[in-house]
Design a binder for this molecule. Structure first.
Ligand code: ATP
Ligand code: MG
Ligand code: MG
Ligand code: MG
Length: 423
């Protein structure tokens, strides 16, 4: 509602968020997809029956009302509706969420909890993240493609695969569309996709889901540095878009807008894995060259930066077989991670890909995979191989950071992780 409606008749449909009855008047806060507004239902205007009904009505009942909009500094949002009439559409008896319940109870009632303010505002931010991401690729001449979800082999390691029965065979839910995107660059050159990725993560953490939305990009002729530029421009564009379109949502969630404004100007800092290890060791973290960085190590590193930043040139042993090795030091893989600041950590993982048939074959064998399973993927290096690079961005990781959430489960309406598949 806004000033231009003051003094005019307005109608609202929504759900009861709060209500109290004082004397012959009911004060009802009605929630719809745009927000919450106070409605005053006076028995003198609307009749005694409805005020009596409202006295005992359950939260979340659906209602319709029309009346005059007036300024009311004491009401949330600064306006209220003085109802001419008020009608209950669907009753709600004993809404199971009253406030103060524990997390497992709330997750069991996720189908109702998603009506909450926090989750609603977060979903609006996610809408903007998806929209701005798509916009970035359209504006920069990338093709959107649709890779498969049912696949025959692993991309990011066998331990986190979800097997599914596929006629008389076993297939796996996709962990990443990367290998398929790589096949598509030979015709389309610059491709991207948005799909669900599945990972049977064994441990429950704040940043891992079993099913998440994965935005992936792959481009022919791009080296690692070219691809890092795409990654940082994409993230900066998305943050900028959310700042422009979701100020209200960010405020409701208590996100510090001034901090977010630091993130809209690429380039982001870059450090090598070597330097990351040095920083960690200086800070007293017990880590050696060759160890993988987990959430805890990443959190320590983020304290050194006031922007997202890249870590590059990892030991090849801790990175996937498809990454190209650094020609200047073959112990290193030309991979990069983009870490979000404020303790959040990895939001993007990317690399330059190995484009040489024999080197790729060796890496597949070295990492213990069966080359037979990658026959088609190896083919891509036989017919007009080109240098190319790509990355994957976890949408919920990005939303979690932009919205300032403590847990990734709130960046998706129906989170899946170990021990949770209902509702
Ligand atoms: P992590 O180190 O956090 O386990 P990863 O290195 O295994 O992540 P990648 O294989 O690089 O992840 O996947 C690309 C991106 O997908 C990650 O940078 C992250 O944003 C996102 N991602 C990966 N695993 C998950 C997950 N289980 N839940 C949500 N997002 C994920
Ligand atoms: Mg992982
Ligand atoms: Mg990682
Ligand atoms: Mg990664």
């Amino acid at each position: 509602m806004s000033n231009s409606f003051v003094g005019r008749k307005v109608c609202v449909r929504g759900w009861i968020y709060r209500r109290s009855v004082v004397g012959g008047k009911a004060f009802v806060r009605v929630r719809d997809s745009t927000g919450v507004i106070q409605v005053v239902v006076d028995k003198k205007k609307c009749g005694e029956d409805i005020v009596r009904t409202l006295k005992d009505i359950g939260l979340e009942a659906s209602v319709k009302t029309c009346g005059e909009l007036v300024k009311q500094p004491r009401a949330p949002g600064g306006y209220e509706i003085q109802a001419d009439w008020f009608k209950v559409v669907g009753y709600s008896r004993d809404f199971p969420i009253k406030g103060g319940e524990g997390i497992d109870y709330l997750l069991d009632n996720r189908h109702l909890w998603i009506r909450s303010r926090k989750l609603t505002e977060t979903m609006k931010i996610k809408h903007s993240v998806l929209r701005a991401g798509r916009e970035y690729f359209i504006e920069n001449g990338w093709w959107e493609v649709t890779p498969p979800i049912l696949t025959a082999s692993a991309v990011e390691g066998g331990a986190t695969l979800f097997p599914v029965k596929y006629f008389d065979k076993t297939a796996y839910l996709s962990q990443s569309a990367q290998l398929y995107l790589e096949a598509l660059i030979y015709s389309l050159e610059k491709v991207w996709s948005l799909t669900t990725s599945f990972r049977a993560e064994k441990s429950r953490t704040r940043r891992h889901l079993a099913e998440y939305w994965h935005l992936e990009a792959e481009a022919a002729w791009y080296n690692m540095e070219d691809m890092m530029r795409v990654a940082e421009e994409l993230v900066a564009h998305i943050v900028q878009y959310v700042l422009e379109h979701n100020r209200r949502q960010l405020e409701i969630l208590g996100r510090n807008l001034e901090i977010l404004k630091n993130y809209v100007e690429p380039p982001y800092p870059r450090i090598r894995y070597d330097e990351a290890i040095e920083i960690l060791q200086k800070k007293g973290v017990n880590i050696e060259w060759g160890d993988d960085l987990g959430a805890d190590e990443e959190r320590v590193l983020t304290m050194e930066f006031d922007k997202p930043f890249f870590i590059t040139h990892f030991p090849k042993e801790i990175k996937s077989f498809y990454m190209k090795l650094d020609p200047e030091n073959e112990k290193l893989a030309l991979g990069f991670d983009l870490l979000a600041p404020e303790g959040y950590g990895e939001i993007i993982g990317g690399s330059e890909r190995e484009d040489d048939y024999n080197k790729l074959l060796n890496r597949i064998i070295e990492q213990g995979y069966n080359p037979e399973d990658y026959k088609w993927y190896l083919d891509l290096r036989k017919y007009g191989s080109v240098p190319h690079s790509g990355f994957g961005l976890g949408i919920e990781r990005l939303v979690m950071w932009i919205a300032g959430l403590d847990h990734i489960r709130d960046a998706i309406p129906f989170p899946r992780f170990r021990g949770r598949i209902y509702p």
